[in-house]
Write a protein that binds this ligand. Structure first.
Ligand SMILES: [Zn+2]
Length: 456
């Protein structure tokens, strides 16, 4: 990043220096200025190419950072889905733990209740046993008393009718009481047996409840362990997501920075183009000055430019012919004259000519006779030819693959001057033609289709 800033600073500084130079260009043009402008232009072109490369690199960085960001966001989606599952799992486990706790409590209450029932039943059984013992004791006492009375009072009873009757009555009564005692004892015994059974069953139920409670408690502990693990997993997942979120924020900040860098490079690019246009205008002026000076020096022998058609092709009222040997329906215009968004630099610029797609190597012919004033590589136009036809009329042919004439050479109308190509700022083999009146700057261009060139 530091390296980039250092470079950008030096690029901007050199851009400022060139602005200074461009101001100096406004002084009258000297013949040797041509070389100076060419050097300036070449230097600017190098700067621009470097900036283009930097911009491309930075845009590639943006694109790869964006790809990484997209991947991070994708991963985030997966992690969030995973988190949702983990949250659901933790919630389900919490509910199950709560259920298990309730069950353990319920079982514990049942155990307590059963214990109490066992105690109560035991008490009842003890009471019945006490009653059995008491009734048995009473019966024993009665039997003993009856026997004693029987053995001592028997003769006395025989002689006393009343006594005998009383004895018999008492004996009868005794038998009835004894029978009742026996019955009572039987009932008590049966009750005690029943209670003992009940107690046994209750103890068995209590034991099984205790086992059930212990099992429920174990299950609860297992669930709690599982819940703890699930909560730990969830915490880890959240930490992972926080980390990922941080990575995403970092990546977004990086992309923002890279985009800022790209914007700075694009600005520098636009500035270079503007400066090159300014230098180019001065250069063209200087070339024209140089040419006029040479023309004046060799005025008597210089052949007069001919605008009258030298071929049998139809010429426009300006004396120009179509520069390709193709007829109607054998070509098309991919881009006309006018303002348009530059396809490469993405800035609004005047498209100062007409684009005709043609296969590389197709010959291009001079639209009229004249002196070649430009035949070399130029920024944007690639390999390019400019012909001065005299009377302030010029034609330009751009994006060639091969130039066939040299600067200073006089060419005839319909003379082969170059081959179609894809050089300079071009995205496919095509011929770019321009018609210029009054000078060879962009502002001198006219729409070739407005009567200047006879398009078949
Ligand atoms: Zn063009």
């Amino acid at each position: 990043m530091r390296k980039f800033n250092k470079f950008l600073l030096s690029a901007l500084l050199s851009a400022l220096l060139v602005v200074g130079n461009a101001a100096a260009l406004l002084t009258p043009v000297q013949a040797d200025d041509v070389d100076k402008y060419k050097q300036q232009y070449d230097a600017l072109q190098k700067d621009l190419e470097r900036t283009n490369a930097d911009l491309k690199k930075e845009q590639a960085n943006v694109s790869s950072a964006e790809k990484l960001l997209a991947k991070l966001n994708e991963q985030m989606d997966l992690e969030q889905a995973q988190q949702k599952i983990l949250v659901q799992k933790a919630q389900a486990l919490a509910a199950r733990v709560a259920d298990a706790e309730t069950r353990v409590k319920e079982l514990s209450a049942k155990v307590d209740k059963t214990k109490q029932q066992v105690g109560e039943t035991q008490q009842e059984r003890f009471a019945k046993q006490a009653q059995i013992e008491q009734t048995t004791e009473q019966l024993r006492g009665r039997l003993r008393a009856n026997y004693m009375a029987g053995s001592t009072n028997w003769l006395e009873v025989l002689f006393q009718a009343d006594s005998l009757e009383a004895y018999l009555t008492r004996s009868e009564l005794f038998d009835r009481i004894a029978a009742k005692d026996k019955s009572l004892i039987e009932t008590f015994r049966s009750d005690a047996d029943m209670l003992k059974n009940l107690e046994k069953n209750l103890i068995a139920a209590q034991e099984s409840l205790v086992i059930e409670q212990s099992e429920a408690d174990t299950a609860k502990r297992l669930l709690q362990t599982e819940q703890k693990a699930a909560q730990e997993n969830l915490a880890q997942q959240r930490a992972k997501e926080a980390e990922l979120q941080k990575n995403i924020a970092d990546k977004e900040a990086q992309i923002k920075k890279l985009n800022e860098n790209s914007a700075a490079f694009a600005d520098a690019q636009r500035r270079y183009i503007a400066q090159m246009d300014a230098v180019d205008a001065e250069l063209q002026k200087a070339i024209e000055e140089q040419r006029k000076a040479k023309e004046q020096a060799a005025a008597p022998t210089q052949p007069k430019p001919q605008n009258s058609p030298a071929s049998n092709k139809p010429a426009s009222s300006y004396g120009l012919i179509f520069p390709l040997h193709v007829g109607k329906g054998q070509y098309y215009i991919s881009s006309g004259y006018g303002m348009r968004l530059h396809p490469i630099y993405k800035v609004n610029r005047l498209h100062s000519g007409v684009d005709i797609p043609m296969p590389t190597g197709t010959p291009v012919y001079a639209m009229a006779a004249g002196t070649v004033i430009f035949s070399r590589y130029g920024q944007g136009v690639g390999y390019c030819v400019v012909i001065d036809h005299g009377d302030s009329l010029y034609t330009r042919y751009a994006h060639s693959s091969q130039l066939l004439v040299s600067e200073g050479e006089y060419v005839q109308q319909d003379q082969k001057i170059m081959l179609v190509g894809n050089s300079g700022d071009s995205s496919g083999a095509h011929l770019h033609i321009e018609v210029l009146i009054g000078g060879i700057g962009q502002s001198d261009s006219v729409d070739p289709r407005k009567g200047y060139v006879p398009f078949p």
